[in-house]
Design a protein around this ligand. Structure first.
Ligand SMILES: Cc1ncc(COP(=O)(O)O)c(C=O)c1O
Length: 392
């Protein structure tokens, strides 16, 4: 049977990115001693009060249809939260609820870019996003995020890449996989490019509460001059260790939300009130788990950097936020993919090749900081031993 171009475009695209991870899982299933640091999930369960709120809501009949926009209580809680965090008045009609950041982004991108258009996206990027952008039919124009610039997107690189076909700039702050956090000045400079060329500015802020000591988060929503063109997507997946709730949202201008609503309704036919009730509680107060996770992940990134420095020719880029650290493996003479396969087969540690996130990380690997301390430290020892014995 025949499939559409849209489906054919996506078939098989992401497979190679996950090859090392899949082999690691296979080796573990076969009984090999492998520490898997390729992917990361929050290292604590979702807080009890979220689960209790969802259960109570289910038991009290919150199982009816909702609206396409999302439950009024949740939209109000989110508008209050964003009014507080951005210092600007954000209203309920600027919020649409979605099952997760990824769905919110999927819907938003279809509203602002399609076949023939170009979207400017930092390279590297979160591995599944390439497919999300490709689904829209728009061309993804990769803007290299350079290690020497702390992997932060530079306005002059964007400016050089804009063409008459460009419709949007996508940013992700804090960034996966690099852990970079954009400053307010970065956002002003990126925003100026969006204004000059009348572009949308789409921001994934899913790690906004997972900041390491010393880092400060800013959103383009703080900048009034960007109000009509800014769209933010976010969720409780990371901030509340609740990825399985699939509860996210987008924030945009009232007009943007109005335009997106029929598309969102066509996809989802409304939201789930019991999930909305739990999310409303989640976003109404500071997360009880985000800071602890950030502190543990920051400490592990520090230990990794300290352990590898001196004893190996591997260089750790210290993240400012999030759940991952990057290692530059160019000193080994191998590219990231070959290094990752070698480390898995001969060192017993599974990491993601940087190239899974884009060509600019060809000589890097990413590892997750979410495994408990003893296992993480054992992984560091294995990486050192592998560097000394296998590829020295
Ligand atoms: C940058 C980034 N955005 C979005 C997501 C997915 O978020 P959600 O669970 O809210 O769809 C992830 C998950 O790892 C991520 O790293």
């Amino acid at each position: 049977m025949k499939y559409t171009d849209r489906i054919n475009r996506l078939t098989g695209t992401a497979e190679d990115s996950w090859a090392v991870y899949k082999l690691a899982r296979q080796m573990i299933d076969q009984g090999h001693d492998v520490i898997e640091l390729a992917i990361g999930e929050p290292d604590v369960p979702a807080p009890d009060y979220l689960i209790d709120t969802a259960i109570n809501a289910l038991q009290s009949g919150r199982t009816t249809y909702s609206t396409g926009e999302g439950e009024p209580g949740l939209r109000r809680a989110l508008s209050k939260r964003y009014t507080r965090t951005t210092g600007r008045q954000i209203t309920d009609d600027q919020i649409l609820c979605f099952p997760g950041t990824q769905t919110a982004l999927f819907a938003a991108i279809h509203a602002i870019a399609g076949p023939g258009d170009q979207i400017l996206v930092g390279d590297p990027m979160y591995a599944t996003y390439d497919v999300v952008f490709q689904a829209s039919g728009a061309e993804v124009v990769r803007i290299p995020l350079r290690a020497e610039n702390g992997f932060r997107m530079a306005a002059e690189d964007l400016r050089a890449a804009v063409t008459p076909r460009t419709t949007a700039i996508f940013i992700n702050t804090p960034h996966n996989p690099t852990g970079a956090v954009l400053s307010l000045q970065d956002l002003e400079e990126i925003g100026a490019v969006a204004q000059e060329h009348d572009l949308w500015l789409l921001s994934d802020e899913v790690y906004d509460e997972m900041l390491y000591p010393g880092a400060t988060f800013h959103s383009p929503l703080e900048l009034p001059e960007l109000a009509e063109r800014t769209i933010v997507v976010n969720s409780i997946s990371k901030s509340h260790a609740a990825p399985g709730f699939r509860s996210g949202w987008c924030v945009g201008s009232p007009s943007f939300c109005q335009h997106l609503l029929p598309y969102s309704e066509a996809m989802l036919f409304g939201n789930q009130p019991f999930i909305a009730d739990a999310t409303e509680r989640a976003v109404s107060a500071p997360s009880p788990v985000a800071q602890g996770m950030a502190a543990r992940f920051a400490a592990r990134a520090d230990r990794l950097a300290a352990r590898l420095q001196g004893d190996t020719n591997l260089n750790v880029h210290k993240p400012q936020a999030g759940m991952f650290a990057l290692i530059d493996v160019s000193g080994t003479g191998l590219n990231g993919r070959d290094y990752a396969f070698d480390l898995l087969r001969n060192g017993g540690v599974g990491v993601m090749p940087g190239s899974s996130f884009g060509p600019s990380l060809e000589n890097w690997v990413r590892l997750s900081l979410t495994k408990e301390d003893a296992l993480f430290d054992e992984a560091c020892e294995r990486i050192v031993k592998h560097a000394q014995l296998c590829i020295a």
